[in-house]
Design a protein. Structure first.
Lengths: 167, 282
């Protein structure tokens, strides 16, 4: 219960930082997605069982604040968490590698889904400019932040899911 | 008796001797002699005094050092506090300048009623250009109200909550504004772009548009009030084969440093959609 409730203050804080601070310093038109980084790092922790709940809460918060179609954020985050959970089982010896793969694929898919959703609602976005000036810089920024975020959420998971000692 | 007489004589001689010495001293004749005696005494006293002072310093210096360190720490804290105060005051001066400019804008355009708001965030998505402001429906804000600064048009309110609102910037890729180009008075449409540029489209081929011409809202379509400055034409492309001219506009508003904005609250956007004829169904 506590790990689920912890999602609210943590994700709200990250969203505020992203909206008020990070987005003021874009790389070309790209910016890191702190919420995506957080839910990916959380989903890759061994003892975490509520990764989808975190994804849903994150999507709800981003959907509230952003002008993006709500469904696109939700779908993107759910796919990313599903990928993270899949990699957690397969690449269990190198979790940081799983984090990089999750962030690379997850960021790309999330942005692609957002792009398609915006095209569907009639926003004219040229694919080449979107790819060069938004998707690639965002990918780079997310990959740069992937390792520190993974370490921080590893500590958080250790704090919220303490190891049980067998007597 | 003799002894008493000798003493008296000795005393008188001594008195005369002393008086003689005083007289010589007053006359300045004793200076070389006194120098011979006094200088070694002064030197010895100076030497002793300096050693005593050094010893006293040695004994008292640890206490002084502690006091000085405490004082230094206090002064450093004071400097930090004053520097923080200076930064806060500079921030207040900057805000005051912005507010002053906004008040000037409101004076120049008295036909509108304004509510000032601070920009507290940006849209988390890199695909859309929205700003979040700290005023909402509790302050009388409604969807569609135009947002300006002292420089020109910023955008319009796209969504409102009780205490905050989301403003669609004119640079948003979904933003379309009907504009008028001065001095040619040509009508055109201004589109936002994901790169943050403003694309000028639908400029009639017959219009004489030059680089540097001003772009203002035309008021057509009912989404924005007329005559609000947007920017300047920085590039114009005219091809004989095209139906319209196109170009690029440099916005007068610096969207990267948007801090305080004004919302025009007495402008109600007109929904012209019901007036647009739909094709008849066969």
């Amino acid at each position: 219960m506590i790990p689920t409730l912890a999602a609210f203050p943590i994700l709200v804080a990250l969203l505020i930082v992203q909206s008020a601070v990070v987005n003021r310093f874009p790389l070309l038109n790209g910016s890191p997605d702190l919420v995506l980084l957080a839910i990916s790092a959380w989903a890759l922790q061994k003892r975490v069982k509520n990764a989808y709940v975190w994804a849903m809460i994150g999507a709800l918060l981003v959907g509230l604040m952003s002008a993006l179609p709500f469904g696109s954020v939700l779908i993107g985050y759910f796919i990313t968490v599903a990928l993270a959970l899949l990699l957690r089982k397969r690449v269990w010896q190198m979790p940081i590698l799983a984090m990089f793969v999750t962030i690379f694929v997850g960021t790309f898919l999330c942005l692609l889904i957002d792009f398609i959703a915006l095209r569907i609602v009639g926003v004219a976005l040229p694919i080449n400019i979107v790819f060069n000036q938004t998707i690639l810089p965002s990918l780079l920024l997310n990959l740069v932040l992937a390792a520190p975020v993974y370490v921080i959420f590893g500590d958080l998971a250790g704090f919220l899911y303490p190891m049980e000692l067998e007597m | 008796m003799r002894s008493r007489g000798n003493n008296l004589v000795f005393t008188v001689i001594l008195v005369f001797f002393i008086l003689g010495l005083i007289a010589l001293a007053l006359g300045g004749y004793m200076t070389p002699v006194s120098r011979l005696f006094v200088n070694p005494i002064i030197s010895a006293q100076t030497w002793i005094s300096s050693r005593v002072q050094a010893f006293q310093t040695l004994l008292s210096s640890p206490q002084d050092l502690t006091v000085l360190r405490q004082r230094n720490t206090e002064l450093e804290a004071e400097v930090s506090r004053l520097q923080t105060e200076i930064i806060e005051l500079k921030q207040q001066i900057a805000e005051t300048r912005i507010l002053s400019a906004l008040v000037d804008f409101a004076r120049v355009n008295p036909e509108y009623s304004y509510v000032a708001a601070a920009v507290i965030g940006r849209d988390p998505s890199p695909f859309v250009k929205y700003a979040i402001i700290n005023r909402g429906s509790d302050d009388g804000l409604r969807r569609g109200m135009p947002v300006v600064t002292q420089q020109g048009l910023v955008g319009r309110i796209a969504a409102v909550t009780a205490g905050a609102a989301r403003v669609q910037l004119i640079t948003d890729p979904a933003s379309v504004i009907n504009v008028r180009i001065e001095p040619s008075r040509a009508q055109a449409s201004l589109f936002g772009d994901i790169t943050g540029e403003l694309a000028l489209e639908m400029v009639p081929q017959s219009a004489s548009v030059q680089i540097g011409d001003l772009v203002l809202t035309s008021g057509l379509g009912g989404n924005y009030p007329p005559n609000i400055l947007i920017g300047q034409v920085t590039n114009i492309r005219k091809l004989e084969t095209d139906l319209f001219q196109s170009g690029v506009v440099q916005a007068v508003v610096d969207f990267n440093n948007l801090e305080i904005v004004l919302i025009i609250i007495n402008f109600t956007p007109v929904d012209v959609n019901p007036l647009i004829p739909t094709p008849a169904v066969p």
